[in-house]
Design a protein around this ligand. Sequence first.
Ligand code: MLT
Ligand code: ZN
Length: 459
Amino acid sequence: MSDLREALLRDLPDIRLLTAPAELEHYGRDWTRRWNPAPLAIALPADTSEVQQLVRWAARHQVCVVPSGGRTGLSGGAVAAHGELVISLDRMRQVLAFDAAARLLTVQPGLPLQAVHEAAAGHGLIYPVDFAARGSCSIGGNIATNAGGIRVIRYGNTREWVAGLKVVTAKGELLDLNRGLVKNSSGYDLRHLMIGSEGTLGIVVEATLRLTDPPPPSQVMLLALPDMAALMQVFELFQHRLPLQAFEFFTDVALRHVLAHGASRALDGDYPYYAVCEFDAATEAAEEVALQAFEKAMEQGWLLDGVLAQSEAQAAALWRLREGITESLAPYQPYKNDVSVRISAVPAFLADMQDLLGREYPHIEVVWFGHIGDGNLHINVLRPADMAAEDFIGQCERVTKLLAATLQRHGGSISAEHGIGLVKRDYLGSTRSAAEIALMQGIRRAFDPDGLLNPGKLF
Ligand code: MLT
Ligand code: ZN
């Protein structure tokens, strides 16, 4: 390893490299905290040409490469635990261009999502993909996982908003994919292959993003519900009556953690389930429609209580109850499941899941939350203080196998928005058929015959 490190320092003297143990540890892991980081070195290229030089050097020396963004991933996609060269895009975080007529923003991959939002706002527009890690995650990582988040119900996933990509392949070639075109019916759309490929097909060095008009002013409601069946009824009613921007849920257990972590209580009583919903409400009439929907749900017994935010500060406080969950659970290093089913399959899937989890985790705390409006549930399992980490992971893996089988029966996915990475690699077959996986592996070989880009992830 030290010979290779010396060769790297000698061969690419102009590229910034980090090799101190603390730096290797910092850049070698993501939010999963499950694997011990052990990269060869961390490279911080300043531009596309340096990314190409690094990839070519890695190919010459048959060194594996881990592309790295904000490392907020939850599936181990950015982990470097086997002497890989980490190519961090941290220094490539500029806004490169804005095309007003086409409403396109071209950015470098290391730009944090929040900075993309700010750049769009500077032109009176929005980039609508959004989620709690906005300040730390990078747009390149969002593209690599086809990130979803809290506004998918209105705007879709990252994929919908990528109009062009420049990508460095494992051979060091630069591909310029789709170039911001709206219409381009000229064969396979390699841009879409790159989105969600988790760094296994190439390294995004430039992204051209679609922007759109900001939505009308909105209102935020917190709803308290008796059970998941009621949650689905309320979702259906609200979806029918209100222009929803978001419809998210969490349980009393999640609320307990987020309150203990500093969030403020919004309702006096304690209830089993909660939903945060945001909807366009530019006029008093729109607000009236929302209140009528609320009353109808109360009459039906689907709602137990609720509050409509009276100010922007209160709306932010209600959102914090949902968005603060991940951070409040982080000290427990939870085992995370991020699953989805078609929205119409949610009630039956939930019933099976509640049975399964109640049976398999009788004495273990399981925290549910997620993007119920997209059929996407986050099931976080917390390690009891008296259980060894290995035993805990073993038990979680065993239950994930059962969960994967349940998902398969309901036609769902083992990863809705976090990616497969290392964490869900063994369960890919529950979501994708053997024929699909063989084709995916063939695609990977076509782009990267030596298997040097993010090996071990996805397959
Ligand atoms: C969320 O919805 O908050 C994110 O996907 C993060 C998580 O699942 O912890
Ligand atoms: Zn999520």
